[in-house]
Design a protein around this ligand. Structure first.
Ligand code: DX5
Ligand code: ZN
Length: 222
């Protein structure tokens, strides 16, 4: 099953609870929660307090994408705030294997995020500690950027590695893509092997007035 994970980075923050409820009512599967620290990436967003505030609104998975450095000390806070999935960038962690183990110890699913120019080689060593692989199709930090086409080649490479691992282990790993996903390119992205799709501006840009029907239309088209 393909997963649609709207990024609330593009939601109306003055009405965040309603935005979360409306987008899920319109058919979204997960809530993608972008955490930026003005250090690892040049932008500043939301933290565990906001995650805890939206947690009671839904049982849908909250997919926390950490763009912070250091990584480890904020992981338990997000677990306590109700995160289901926690992903981070290997460049931001001193000890990638330890950070992945920590996420699972805290009771969450764990994932690594690969920037457009980050090689997939980490996968050779930590596949058994991963529940999800997230490929960035833009440079992290902002919503509304354009999908980088070379991501399609990288997605196919990641898909092959994951399929080989799944064949050996029988354990499923999701392949998520984040950045510039739109109605007109999602078919190509899915064909390259992604099975979870983050979409920020495509979803929330369609329903700026809070009209849930417009979220319905774009989510159905994704
Ligand atoms: C970028 C974020 C993305 C972003 C996606 O650093 O990780 O989740 O919000 O937004 P769109 O879909 O507008 O590219
Ligand atoms: Zn993200």
């Amino acid at each position: 099953m393909h997963v649609i994970a709207p990024s609330i980075l593009s939601a109306d923050f003055a009405r965040l609870g309603d935005e979360v409820i409306n987008v899920l009512a319109a058919g979204a599967d997960w809530i993608h929660f972008d955490v930026m620290d003005n250090h690892y990436v040049p932008n500043l967003t939301i933290g565990p307090l906001v995650c805890a505030a939206i947690r009671p609104l839904t049982t849908a998975p909250i997919d926390v994408h950490l763009m912070v450095k250091p990584v480890d000390r904020i992981i338990p806070d997000f677990a306590k705030a109700g995160a289901n999935i926690v992903t981070f960038h290997p460049e931001a962690s001193e000890h990638v294997d330890r950070s992945l183990a920590l996420i699972r110890e805290c009771g969450c699913q764990a994932g690594l995020v690969f920037n457009p120019a980050t090689p997939l080689d980490y996968l050779d060593y930590v596949m058994d500690k991963l529940d999800i692989v997230l490929l960035m199709s833009v440079n992290p930090g902002f919503g509304g950027q354009t999908f980088i086409p070379s991501t399609l080649t990288k997605l196919r490479a990641a898909r092959a590695r994951i399929d080989a691992y799944q064949g050996e282990s029988g354990r499923r790993i999701r392949l998520e893509v984040d950045g510039g996903v739109k109605v007109d390119n999602i078919a190509a992205i899915a064909a390259a092997g992604a099975d979870a799709f983050v979409a920020g501006s495509a979803v929330f840009g369609a329903g700026r007035d809070g009209d849930a029907n417009r979220y319905d239309t774009v989510i159905a088209a994704l």
